[in-house]
Design a protein around this ligand. Structure first.
Ligand code: MRU
Length: 369
């Protein structure tokens, strides 16, 4: 994606030193654009846990690079396998809901095992990390090419009047390596000159919509409006939303989708108002081992401070203020699950399918278990 006319991905190897991973530190957006250097797997673990980076695809890609650094670190010890596995487990434990994390770490473990010497293992880990990142970008691009057809169809039906799309959280290029999942069809529609407008849910408590999705869309020149999280139902009742596209952190074999807290409520309102509700995801987000999202997807609970405090710009300084009584307890569930029955379709890199086992297996017939 372009920032001040320069193309950026969200993660890359430093050009002149491939022992350094560079990321956009998202904690500072939208007010400052900061690039952070990661040189040790411990720093990768902190970056994922403390959300310097976030979003299912990018969490997976970052873990892939973390495993590359881990391979280098383990090769300097007398117990390569044990130490590599320890770092792999620590990486997997950083965030529980997005399955891309476990998927990327396991893919690295399988590949690294094939190396016969430490040097070879390190080379394999580096190559695999780059492959995971490139694949993520390519898959997201394809999600856009498939998803744009839905937007084109609505635009035709509306005789080129504005297509209003609502999205929740940030499933944009910042949440992946490039393009994004939910935003990829939006960017593609924009490139094709379709008249679109995006309603951006602010997405309390971390405000990924207000601070990240809005920043992305603004940079790209896409017309958008930030709304308080509870506004969507009202807009839907007044025909001001034509479709909803969200991302996903984990989709089960039966098509249930975990996504940022509040997504389920949007899906319920969409159903009541007959508005199509799509979930966009690369296949690395599918957890083929589970079926029932509500009981089987682990839901991350984060620090209550994220609910009680809010940060923003004041006199050119980012400050944090308390918005609740000091002593009131707060709960911070990071995600919820939207059951497949509320989802109009899943937009994947291979096409659009029903949110069901049959739908998914039609697109991924190679899944044997
Ligand atoms: O807690 P986060 O910011 O890592 O949340 C994940 C997300 O970005 C959203 O749930 C998103 O909609 C799907 S992941 C691309």
């Amino acid at each position: 994606m372009l920032i001040n006319n320069k193309h950026f991905r969200t993660i890359w190897l430093k050009e002149d030193n491939d022992l350094v991973i560079q990321i956009i530190d998202q904690r500072h957006l939208p007010h400052r654009f900061v690039i952070e250097h990661l040189t040790h797997s411990d720093e990768v673990i902190v970056a994922i846990k403390d959300m310097h980076i976030r979003g299912a695809g990018l969490i997976g890609a970052t873990a892939g690079f973390g495993m590359y650094l881990a391979t280098i670190e383990a090769s300097k010890t007398n117990a390569f396998d044990e130490n590599l596995l320890l770092i792999a487990s620590a990486l997997k434990e950083t965030r529980p809901t997005a399955v891309n994390l476990e998927w990327a770490v396991n893919r690295q473990l399988t590949q690294i095992k094939k190396g016969k010497s430490f040097e070879e293992k390190i080379l394999i880990a580096k190559k695999t990390a780059i492959e995971i990142a490139n694949e993520d970008a390519e898959y997201c691009k394809n999600i856009g090419l498939h998803g744009v057809k839905i937007i084109e169809e609505i635009s035709r039906r509306k005789n080129d009047e504005t297509v209003n799309i609502l999205t929740h959280c940030n499933a944009g290029w910042l949440a992946f390596v490039d393009y994004g999942s939910a935003t990829s069809p939006i960017y593609e529609a924009f490139e094709r000159g379709i008249n679109i407008h995006v309603w951006v849910d602010e997405t309390r408590p971390r405000n990924q919509g207000a601070s990240l999705t809005a920043w992305e869309l603004l940079n790209h020149g896409v017309s958008h409006t930030i709304i308080a999280d509870n506004t969507g139902g009202h807009l839907m009742q007044h025909a001001m939303v034509d479709m909803i596209i969200t991302g996903a952190d984990r989709v089960t074999r039966d098509g249930d989708a975990a996504n940022k807290i509040g997504t389920y409520l949007k899906a319920l309102a969409a159903k009541d108002n007959n508005i199509p509700f799509y979930v966009a995801l690369p296949s690395s987000t599918i957890d083929w081992k589970i079926r029932d999202g509500i009981t089987e997807i682990p839901i991350e609970q984060r620090n209550a401070g994220e609910v009680k405090y809010i940060s923003g710009l004041h006199n050119n300084q980012v400050i944090t203020v308390l918005v609740t009584p000091q002593n009131s307890p707060a709960a911070n569930y990071g995600f919820d699950v939207t059951p497949a029955r509320l989802i109009t379709g899943l937009i994947t890199e291979r096409g659009i399918c029903q949110a069901s086992e049959n739908g998914l297996l039609n697109l991924y017939p190679e899944i044997q278990y």
